[in-house]
Design a binder for this molecule. Structure first.
Ligand code: AMP
Length: 383
């Protein structure tokens, strides 16, 4: 890695991955006076709308890598499936934050779990199996959630088993070549996520925990701040900070956790990037998670995010986007006083794909939640 120096506005920031997270990063960077170069094999990746230059080559394309390396002053990423081997090569010449170490952890649930347990952080009880047949011999108490060690996302690559009788039938549907992480299903009270930004001198700033509601493993609604007691807010922020400090890479991270009935918190997973549950930080905080990503990448000061309102984020998934864009629905829904609309510019719709979000902002998240549920009813009924 190059010497730690401040990379000032005017420089070109490289972004690996061109999804909505990369797009919001680019918007923040442009406002601060940087140029952004996006590399994503998909020619129509949303973040390319904000890029001064972009590349469509595969992540294994040497020529693209050469040109990208020549153009950019430093690199960040927005997708954990960017090959860690590419990041390792880029790191030889450029500052990449977060780096290959965090990326490798996030890409492999087995490594992530053993890292977390090795550092003494609480996680759901789990076992790793290399072959499906090993499921028959596990002593881990049921029910289980089985997760592929690599390449799982948004509920893909996950299967639930409630009793021993179902193991046989699940063996036929489990995909992948293994290993798989088998976790005990945790009867959590709430899912929380905490975004942390950490600088090269290990200074950390965090946002308050967001409360997340998933449907079929996909993030549906995020409520900020989460409806929890102050002491839990503090413990969640402390836990997230400690996890991120123990990884030791500068950047922005999101630590997802479960809050149990007894008030205990356990870590579910770590994302080495801003998070979809943190989009609201653009609208309801003095500094967004994307600006902090730019700041931590460029060694600019990290400032404490100051909250200026409550929010409820409703993800627009798959076909819901098409319903929302029907004129009569758009007119009704976009007339909502609390709502701010974000469409990511994705050209193809797939079931469950995150197409955009609606952020309801105001001073009371119970009211905002009602609005979000009402609008969700309108866009999901017509799909
Ligand atoms: P993940 O991909 O690990 O974030 O899992 C997706 C979603 O599945 C989580 O957000 C939870 O809603 C649920 N989930 C994952 N692991 C567990 C677990 N051990 N116990 C209960 N629910 C889980």
């Amino acid at each position: 890695m190059k010497a730690e120096k401040t990379i000032l506005p005017g420089s070109t920031l490289g972004m690996l991955g061109g999804g909505q997270l990369g797009g919001f990063f680019a918007e923040a960077a442009l406002r601060l006076g940087y140029k952004v170069c996006v590399w994503d094999p998909s020619p129509n990746a949303p973040a390319k709308r904000f890029a001064s230059i972009s590349f469509d080559g595969g992540f294994d394309d040497k020529e693209t890598r050469k040109q990208f390396t020549r153009l950019v002053d430093c690199v960040s990423l927005e997708w954990e499936n960017v090959p860690a081997s590419l990041v390792e090569i880029l790191e030889q010449e450029l500052r990449v934050r977060p780096g290959s170490r965090s990326l490798r952890l996030a890409q492999n649930r087995t490594l992530e779990k053993s890292f977390l347990t090795g550092q003494g952080f609480p996680v759901a009880d789990y076992e790793v199996v290399d072959s499906k047949m090993e499921l028959h011999n596990l002593s881990l108490p049921l029910p289980w959630i089985i997760k592929t060690a690599t390449e799982g996302y948004d509920g893909h690559g996950q299967w639930r088993i409630s009793d021993r009788k179902s193991i046989k039938s699940v063996l036929n549907v489990i995909t992948g070549d293994g290993p798989w992480v088998v976790e005990r299903i945790v009867p959590f009270m709430m899912e929380l996520s905490v975004v942390v930004s950490i600088s090269s001198n290990r200074n950390c700033v965090t946002y308050p925990p967001t409360e997340n509601i998933h449907e079929d493993g996909i993030l549906h609604i995020s409520i900020s701040p989460g409806r929890i007691e102050k002491s839990i807010t503090e413990s969640a922020q402390r836990l997230a900070r400690e996890v991120v400090q123990s990884i030791g890479d500068p950047g922005v991270f999101c630590v997802e956790m479960f809050l149990l009935n007894n008030g205990d918190l356990i870590v579910n997973e770590i994302a080495p990037r801003p998070h979809n549950s943190g989009h609201h930080t653009i609208d309801t905080f003095s500094v967004s998670q994307y600006e902090l990503q730019v700041r931590s990448l460029c060694d600019l000061p990290l400032v404490n995010p100051i909250r200026n309102g409550d929010s409820v984020l409703l993800n627009i998934l798959g076909q819901e986007a098409m319903t929302l864009l029907k004129p009569h629905v758009a007119n009704t829904v976009m007339g909502n006083d609390y709502a701010r609309f974000y469409f990511y510019g994705k050209e193809s719709v797939r079931p469950g794909r995150k197409m955009g979000h609606i952020l309801f902002t105001g001073s009371d998240n119970e009211t905002l939640l009602k609005e979000a549920i009402e609008i969700h009813g309108q866009i999901s009924n017509q799909t």
